[in-house]
Design a protein around this ligand. Structure first.
Ligand code: GLC
Length: 749
């Protein structure tokens, strides 16, 4: 027996010496990925396995087909495939599958621009908890959201996916969005990092930005989102930044994002393969999406040649493994494929209603009492946009339109007029079906309504509501004519309806169902009320009806400025007016490169500091009630100050108020905006006469400006004026805070 054992052992030893792979395989097959053995897994992975994990893969039977992307499975090591899908306004799934009789519709939530207008991070977090539940229950591991690039210019085709012109509001909303989604055990991907502020030539355009504008405006919101949201992943953008693709920028992805801000997650590319795969991994871009064999081959060759060191390779693989062990799929979560879409629809409606902005309400034109006869004008009253186009689009079972929403709210519609628009919309849909191509609704004509018809309708109805729509999406920017500007038929409709209805003493309300800022100054005084729901999701039309009927008192405030003229916008001179590919490649301004010559002067920072009048200012929004702001109290703390201010509802209906704290820094040193948003807070619903004390906290670092000459953040000593406003220009109370000793924060280089 003993001899036999010896013989077997000698055979085994001989085998091991002759065939280490066998040893390797036997040793490794016993290792299965866990959250606490990643080092061991790294040691037993082959180079091919490592390289394959850094590149997106095709669906390998994930059970969730046709989504944006997947990571590679390595079954022998218990590494599952993971599933990544869009988008910021809700999960993006194909609603049907050949293998199933079930549908897989998702909830169309309000877009980022609208929820930013809530100025309510708690609401955003509550809404995205619902969104995160849908991601998990449909078997997805990462939601490729939030989109959060700064609204540098209103013509950017993807602004609807993004939050604001201001980095603090944008960053706080993004952080809340991430916390909500990730509370459900799935990941986010804050995007598009960084300076992806136009769609024109987005794959190649070089955003040329000063270090100060980059730090204070275009990175600051990502810095806040990373530090306060802690997203699992970041998505680098397609574009270049100061001559270097962001996905290949070591300074951006490692020095700033990781060394300075402390990001510990995974960076993935946006969905496009560029040549320098290896440079991207070396820069700190760990996952190349959507991935192809060419990229895997390049990585293998680079490891072979030493161009990519094993340290660099393992660093990226470790980050991918650390991501994978967090996913529901790794945890074998048994997803239901049956999220509570009814409950989620109600959340979407409430989030929209709490965010919609009331821009105008002359003589208490709104709210209506719900029994009125309504003449509802505009093709968008039936073809109502719940979201924009592109990867941010959500396949919902239904998008409510204004006709059904107003009827559901108890209003009586002028039936002939309603039939007219419904018929035109049906014809438009037939045309799309027959031509098997979608009508470019960005230039959809507004149908004419004759004055005679309007006169007849003004006799038969109590109030006119006009719905104007705008649509856009990734891959193309908006344009000035018939997009930012109203079209002639739209202008004519507003003029004729206003003239006729006002002649008989009846009200005119405009609803802006738009993906981005439009011109308002030239026509707003013609009408009695203007409601801004942006593209408010599948239930957004009902939310608009809730506002019109007074079921919800509007509390939204603008997260960006509505200028009087497009050319008043500082970036107008440097925004691609149209995708004009004429000219010498490489030298086309706005196409090959975009100089951010306006520097830090974005939005209200420019308009207020330089005294340029606007149509509606940043932070502006009306309510059906009024509020009083008490005397603020400011108390220095170890790290800055805490201000408290009591807000009282001095009107006759319940309502919520957003208090915005702008700070005006002492003169001297760097040229600074006359005021910058440094904190904000929203009251609960206050009953008439009820008060609430709000607390706003600002750190010394929050007050800092970026000094290029010292490559450091600095908060100068001196007296800071604190402006407590109902908007950026409607200051209700002031106070002072003294910084005794200047402070600086050098950046990691
Ligand atoms: C697109 C978008 C990005 C999206 C990705 C996956 O190109 O830029 O926002 O998440 O591809 O669809």
């Amino acid at each position: 027996m003993y001899a036999k054992s010896l013989f077997l052992i000698s055979i085994l030893i001989a085998t091991l010496q002759v065939c280490p792979q066998v040893a390797f395989a036997q040793k490794t097959d016993s290792i299965r990925l866990r959250s606490d053995n990643i080092d061991q897994v790294l040691q037993v992975m082959t180079t091919e396995e490592k390289c394959s994990l850094l590149v997106g893969a095709a669906d390998e039977g994930s059970g969730v087909p046709n989504v944006a992307g997947y990571t590679r499975a390595i079954p022998r090591l218990n590494i599952p495939q993971t599933v990544l899908s869009d988008g910021p306004a809700g999960l993006r799934l194909s609603p049907t599958r050949p293998s199933s009789s079930q549908t897989f519709y998702c909830t169309g939530f309000p877009v980022g621009t609208l929820t930013a207008c809530s100025w309510d991070p708690a609401l955003v977090e509550e809404m995205t908890k619902t969104m995160g539940n849908e991601v998990r229950e449909y078997g997805v591991d990462v939601l490729l959201a939030p989109g959060m690039n700064i609204h540098r210019n209103p013509l950017c085709g993807r602004n609807f996916e993004y939050f604001s012109e201001d980095p603090l509001l944008s960053g706080r909303m993004a952080a809340a969005y991430v916390r909500g989604v990730q509370s459900q055990g799935v990941g986010c991907s804050v995007k598009h990092f960084a300076a992806n502020n136009q769609e024109t030539n987005r794959l190649e355009n070089d955003s040329r930005i000063s270090e100060r504008a980059l730090r204070e405006i275009y990175l600051k919101n990502f810095e806040i989102a990373i530090k306060e949201g802690r997203p699992w992943t970041v998505m680098s953008s397609y574009n270049k930044l100061n001559g270097e693709y962001t996905q290949q920028s070591h300074r951006l992805l490692t020095t700033i994002l990781r060394n300075e801000w402390g990001f510990e997650g995974l960076v993935m590319t946006d969905w496009g393969c560029k040549d320098s795969t290896v440079k991207a991994v070396k820069a700190g871009n760990d996952l190349l999406m959507p991935g192809n064999q060419r990229e895997r081959d390049r990585l293998m060759a680079a490891v072979e040649s030493g161009a990519l060191s094993l340290t660099e390779l393992d660093r990226a693989v470790r980050r991918v493994l650390e991501y994978i062990v967090k996913t529901p799929r790794y945890k074998n979560y048994s997803y239901s494929n049956r999220p509570d879409l009814q409950a989620h629809a109600q959340m979407a409606r409430r989030a929209a209603a709490e965010s919609i902005v009331l821009l105008r309400n002359e003589n208490g034109a709104l709210p209506l009492n719900g029994s009125e006869r309504v003449a509802l004008y505009g093709i968008s009253s039936v073809d109502f946009f719940g979201v924009g186009t592109g990867s941010g689009f959500v396949h919902t079972s239904h998008v409510a339109n204004m006709q059904e929403a107003l009827v559901a709210a108890g209003f009586t519609l002028d039936q002939d007029l309603a039939d007219y628009y419904r018929h035109l919309y049906a014809l438009q849909q037939d045309k799309e079906r027959m031509e098997a191509s979608a009508i470019d609704k960005r230039h959809r004509p507004e149908p004419e309504v004759t004055v005679r018809a309007i006169e007849r309708q003004s006799q038969a109805n109590d109030v006119a509501i006009i719905v104007l729509g705008r649509i856009a999406g990734e891959g193309a920017d908006r344009v000035f004519h018939d997009d930012f500007q109203l079209t002639a038929p739209e202008r004519e409709l507003i003029q004729n309806v206003s003239l006729v209805y006002h002649k008989v003493g009846k009200r005119v309300v405009v609803v802006l169902n738009i993906v981005g800022v439009v011109e308002t100054a030239s026509w707003k005084d013609l009408v009695d009320a203007i409601i801004l729901p942006w593209t408010p999701g599948q239930e957004g039309a009902h939310a608009v009806a809730d506002i019109i009927k007074g079921k919800v008192n509007p509390s939204g405030k603008l997260s960006m400025t509505f200028p009087v003229n497009y050319m008043d916008i500082p970036s107008a001179a440097n925004f691609p007016y149209r995708w004009d590919m004429s000219g010498k490649k490489g030298e086309r301004r706005g196409v090959d490169f975009t100089p951010y010559e306006e520097d830090i002067w974005v939005g209200y920072r420019h308009f207020i500091t330089h005294g340029v009048a606007v149509s509606y200012p940043f932070g502006y929004g009306l309510s059906y009630t009024t509020f009083d702001y008490g005397q603020p109290k400011v108390k220095a703390n170890k790290d800055g100050f805490t201000a408290t201010i009591t807000v009282t509802n001095t009107g006759n209906v319940p309502g919520r108020e957003v208090v915005q704290l702008y700070v005006s820094a002492p003169a001297g040193g760097l040229e600074k905006p006359s005021r910058e948003l440094k904190a904000f807070a929203k009251t609960k619903t206050l009953m008439p006469g009820e008060s609430e004390k709000l607390t706003l906290t600002v750190s010394a670092y929050d007050l800092a400006s970026f000094n290029e000459s010292t490559t450091a953040w600095e908060t100068s000593a001196g007296t800071y004026v604190l402006l407590f406003g109902a908007s950026s220009t409607d200051i209700r109370q002031t106070a002072h805070y003294k910084v005794k000793k200047a402070a600086t924060w050098p950046i990691a280089e």
